[in-house]
Design a binder for this molecule. Structure first.
Ligand code: ATP
Ligand code: MG
Length: 181
């Protein structure tokens, strides 16, 4: 799976609608301190189902909504859309090769997800990205401090990272899902 586009509205410091095209290959984000580089990576993780507010550097999930500045009022919602292209070997390749997933959070109303225009559950989104060996904890997203975290990880944590990198953690997600049925 390849991420082609990212759209943000009211997400953290991205108060005005922003659209970023992501080319294939390695992408690096550069800019001065506080310009929103980490926020962008968090947006990608968030739309793929990140459920930990702490790992989004917030106390609660609503903290991802633009909180306002001296000159701008706060917003009522945040929305992130990711546009991806599925590769041919993907398990879901029969459902078309473009995938669009949107997550939206409204104050007091929690998060809602859409996939290619249909309402879906958080769990469905987790499964889509788990199969593609990507997702909110993908080793393909190297956030600030991640290298240090890998070096100082406990063996069990490092094993998890390796399983994610090898693309087999999606199998664990599927197994858990099957066991619950
Ligand atoms: P550094 O180079 O220091 O790592 P960075 O480019 O990664 O910086 P970010 O951490 O992505 O910067 O962005 C931080 C900015 O985002 C801060 O100015 C912060 O106030 C702003 N920000 C974060 N959450 C919100 C929010 N909910 N509403 C408005 N602004 C926010
Ligand atoms: Mg940063």
């Amino acid at each position: 799976m390849r991420i082609k586009k990212l759209k943000l509205v009211g997400f953290k410091s991205f108060v005005e609608p922003a659209e970023l095209r992501i080319e294939s290959g390695l992408t690096g984000i550069v800019g001065p301190n506080g310009c929103g580089k980490s926020n962008l990576l968090e947006a990608i993780r968030w739309v793929m189902g990140e459920s930990s507010a702490k790992s989004m550097r917030g106390a609660g999930m609503e903290d991802v909504i633009f909180a306002g500045t001296a000159s701008r009022p706060p917003r009522d919602f945040a929305e992130v859309t990711i546009l991806a292209e599925r590769s041919d070997d993907s398990a879901d390749s029969d459902s078309g090769d473009e995938l669009e997933v949107t997550r939206r959070i409204e104050r007091g109303a929690g998060s809602a997800y859409r996939s290619n225009g249909r309402d879906v559950r958080a769990k469905d989104v987790a499964l889509i990205f788990a199969d593609a060996a990507t997702g909110a904890h993908s080793p393909a997203l190297v956030s600030q401090g991640r290298i240090g975290a890998i070096i100082s990880a406990k063996p069990q944590e490092r094993r998890q990272m390796l399983e994610e990198a090898a693309g087999i953690s999606g199998l664990h997600v599927r197994r858990k899902d099957a066991e619950q049925k």
